[in-house]
Design a protein around this ligand. Structure first.
Ligand code: NAD
Length: 278
């Protein structure tokens, strides 16, 4: 495989992956590749939890479309992972989503990861911030799900949708996260609604609710505080385990929800928060 990658850049890696997956399915335990041959779309894939999940999906045998607004970081990702497909995609833009959908035939897994953290109470959230947060955190998922569910409905085995929520949602009030928590509660509600409406089509839909995860945007939020070291201590202290999650830890849960191991699981919110909400 490595030799092929080095000698011919035009080789269809996904074709090879599908053939290898069929071979492994016949000869080895299914644990070898839990997403063998499944086609996955990931939004906000260029960094943080999205990037970690792309890497895990690929390692588990999936054919991955990694999308993000950051073209430069997507380029870096495609250089690191031969065979992944990358597309610049702004999930707040319905026309871009439609154009992107035309480039995909089959979709088995949709991981809607994109989201934005607004800092402040309701008194510090103007209408623009409110609307932007709902557009990026909730309406983007409406756009993606309503575009890709019809494709999943054509699959014999449906598909799995994983929507990124947060423990700061209907699960827990977090200080200065008014519109953020409100949007993430909406994600939980929307995911349950999709789950019940498409259960007969074998389409599962769940949401993931992390505590504080060490990602580039979290680091950015921490550095924006006057006393960044104290801010880090405060973020860490929220988790009773006394640490932040890694993006990779969250990706393990997402792989489970994407895989057939969770075939009997739908309409649920999965808390992964180091004990923050206990
Ligand atoms: P991040 O914020 O570090 O990266 C987000 C990515 O989203 C970036 O690559 C950015 O380019 C992309 N992006 C921004 N706007 C976009 C748009 N309009 N369309 C497509 N892509 C866009 O990532 P993260 O911290 O891993 O957060 C990912 C998700 O996880 C978010 O929904 C966030 O709310 C949620 N979450 C994060 C934490 C945390 O502590 N980091 C905790 C709970 C939930």
């Amino acid at each position: 495989m490595l030799l092929l990658q080095r000698t011919n850049k035009n080789i269809d890696f996904n074709f090879i992956k599908r053939r290898l997956c069929s071979f492994f399915r016949l000869t080895l335990s299914s644990e070898m590749a839990r997403l063998c041959g499944k086609v996955a779309i990931v939004t906000a894939a260029a960094q943080g939890i999205g990037e970690a999940t792309v890497k895990k999906f690929v390692a588990e045998g999936a054919i991955v479309y990694a999308t993000d607004i950051n073209a430069e970081k997507l380029q870096q990702l495609s250089e690191q992972i031969p065979g992944i497909k990358t597309s610049v995609l702004d999930v707040t833009n319905g026309d871009e989503i439609k154009a992107f959908a035309e480039t995909t035939e089959r979709v088995d897994i949709l991981f809607n990861c994109a989201g934005y953290v607004h800092h402040g109470t309701i008194l510090e959230c103007n209408e623009n911030s409110w609307d932007f947060s709902f557009d990026l955190n909730v309406k983007s998922m409406y756009r993606m799900c309503s575009t890709f569910i019809p494709k999943m409905m054509k699959n014999k085995n449906g598909g799995s949708i994983i929507n990124m929520s947060s423990v700061a949602s209907s699960i827990k009030g977090a200080a200065n996260r008014c519109v953020y928590g409100t949007t993430k509660a909406a994600v939980i509600g929307m995911s349950k609604s999709i789950a019940i409406d498409f259960v007969q089509d074998k389409i599962r839909c769940n949401s993931v609710c992390p505590g504080t995860v060490d990602t580039p945007s979290l680091r950015g939020r921490i550095n924006a505080y006057g006393d960044a070291e104290q801010a880090m201590r405060d973020f860490v202290a929220r988790q009773k385990m006394g640490r932040l999650a890694t993006a990779e830890e969250i990706s393990h849960l997402i792989v489970y929800l994407a895989s057939d191991e969770s075939a009997f699981v739908t309409g649920q919110e999965f808390i992964i928060d180091g004990g923050w909400s206990m």
